[in-house]
Design a protein around this ligand. Structure first.
Ligand code: KG4
Ligand code: ZN
Length: 336
């Protein structure tokens, strides 16, 4: 079964073709960073318009790269949420229309399920059950995963998502959008001068909160001389606080559930310091840790094609409705 995957939930137009036995055959992506850069964040209307321009050429490209013609595609998977409504609608309407004209099934995929399953694209995929730490621009969640669609939420952020906190802190320090990678680059010049709080780690539970950390960073910045070295030291302290907080919560989740496999996915999981601290902790806890390759940590079409292939193979399809849900709780997903 050849599945075309389409991702347009935010600021990346991404497309891929995944085959049930042969694996990933082609994937490509157009990033809108240059479009949104001058505004310091994603402008939803510009995002939708750019998806309209780029999606069909990218689909043609993956067909060409995988040497397939349209008649060989057996199903289409598209991100139906969560995300920006206009952006989602471009992917959903395109996917639905192509599926109708090619007379094949289409399936709506939850963006965070795509992230959660991204480690499955690697040579050594994790086996169920496992704990998933999902850290993206819009979500921070710890989930107990017993199979595809079998998700028990262990904890989540009560306010800002991890990526959002990175992006807001980066903006404060005068860095360009998207802030996460820029902040982590700046942190490499930083030294351990400041100690930032590790929010919600001194009380039980697996929820997160990052808005206090953001305020603490703001106050520290305002009370500093705002030199380049101050900025680098603040970036360093912020990243350390983020990495340690995520690591403490993951350790707690491992100890509470008794599960010995952790997967970490979503854009923030590309962060090298976070990866390093989580790896160290897992080694001590005798736990296997899995990450997607960095390009599949951030938004991509491969994870959507993969998730769609699993669901389509299990016989799931949907009617001809163009399905898009900007907010979509993960516990509403069907299990396989
Ligand atoms: O998963 P993703 O591509 O999109 C969403 O689903 O939100 O995640 C994007 C987020 C942004 O907040 C971005 O700043 C952050 O991931 N990010 C990083 C890094 N790379 C991307 N944060 C910290 N360090 C990175 N290296
Ligand atoms: Zn994402």
């Amino acid at each position: 079964m050849y599945v075309l995957g389409i991702e347009t939930s935010c600021d990346e137009t991404a497309v891929a073709i995944y085959h049930a036995d042969k694996g990933l055959l082609a994937h490509t992506l157009h990033s809108q960073i240059a479009t949104h850069n001058e505004y310091g964040g994603v402008v939803p209307e510009l995002a939708s318009r750019d998806h309209v321009r780029k999606l069909i050429p990218l689909i043609k490209q993956v067909l060409h790269d995988s040497q397939l013609h349209t008649g060989e595609i057996n199903g289409i998977a598209y991100t139906a949420g969560p995300g920006l409504m206009g952006a989602l609608l471009v992917g959903a309407a395109t996917a639905r229309s192509l599926a109708w004209s090619w007379q094949i099934p289409a399936i709506a995929i939850h963006h965070m399920e795509g992230h959660l399953l991204a480690p499955m694209l690697e040579e050594k995929p994790p086996a169920f059950p496992f704990i998933a730490l999902l850290i993206s621009g819009g979500h921070t969640m710890l989930i107990e995963v017993s199979g595809i669609g079998c998700y028990r939420l262990l904890g989540e952020s009560l306010d800002d998502a991890a990526g959002e906190a990175f992006d807001k802190t980066a903006k404060l320090l005068g860095l360009e959008y998207p802030g996460g990678p820029a902040l982590s680059k700046l942190a490499t010049n930083g030294s351990p001068r400041y100690k930032f709080p590790r929010p919600m780690t001194d009380r039980p539970g697996l929820d997160f909160s990052f808005s206090g950390l953001k305020t603490f960073t703001l106050n520290t910045y305002q009370n500093s001389s705002q030199s380049d070295q101050d900025k680098a030291d603040i970036a360093f302290a912020f990243q350390q606080a983020m990495a340690e907080t995520l690591t403490i919560k993951c350790k707690r989740a491992i100890q509470q559930t008794g599960l010995k496999t952790l997967i970490v996915a979503g854009g923030v999981s590309a962060n090298q310091e976070i990866r390093r601290q989580l790896e160290n902790m897992c080694q001590k806890e005798n736990t296997q840790i899995y990450f997607p390759r960095p390009e599949f940590c951030t938004d991509n079409g491969a994870m959507i094609a993969y998730a769609g292939c699993q669901r389509l193979q299990a016989g799931q399809t949907q009617d001809l409705t163009i399905f898009a849900r900007p907010r979509w709780p993960m516990n509403e997903l069907l299990s396989l």
